[in-house]
Design a protein around this ligand. Structure first.
Ligand code: ZN
Length: 121
């Protein structure tokens, strides 16, 4: 089965990757099932006219599953983006002593390890 893997991997979040993978499977599965249901409703009652209600139901159920999958992939994207923003923010707040490389708290003026003033070289 072809799953659009480009949409299923988020490097920074395992959870988002899993949700996205499930969502993608639902999209593919929904389209697959929809087509299968339609094919069955058309070929299932040979000779008789195609049941419009059955056909509509087939299309709807397939579309519904696919829509659920799409929602899941959107959700996964949001999780990954939120996490990325958090990581970027955290990376910005980490500072390193220019002299010894000791990590400094955002409000440290001097390095507590070597005494170098923040920002001096
Ligand atoms: Zn230092």
């Amino acid at each position: 089965m072809m799953i659009p893997f480009t949409y299923t991997r988020y490097k920074n979040s395992v959870l988002a990757s899993i949700i996205s993978l499930i969502g993608s499977s639902f999209i593919v599965g929904g389209v697959f099932l929809g087509v299968a249901f339609v094919a069955e409703s058309v070929t299932g009652n040979s000779g008789k006219a195609v049941n419009i209600e059955e056909l509509a139901g087939a299309v709807l159920s397939g579309a519904l599953i696919a829509a659920m999958g799409w929602l899941l992939t959107r959700w996964a994207k949001r999780i990954a983006e939120k996490k990325l923003k958090k990581e970027l923010k955290a990376a910005k707040s980490v500072h390193v002593c220019s002299h010894c490389g000791n990590s400094l708290a955002p409000d440290d003026v001097f390095c507590f390890k070597c005494g170098t003033r923040r920002g001096s070289r």
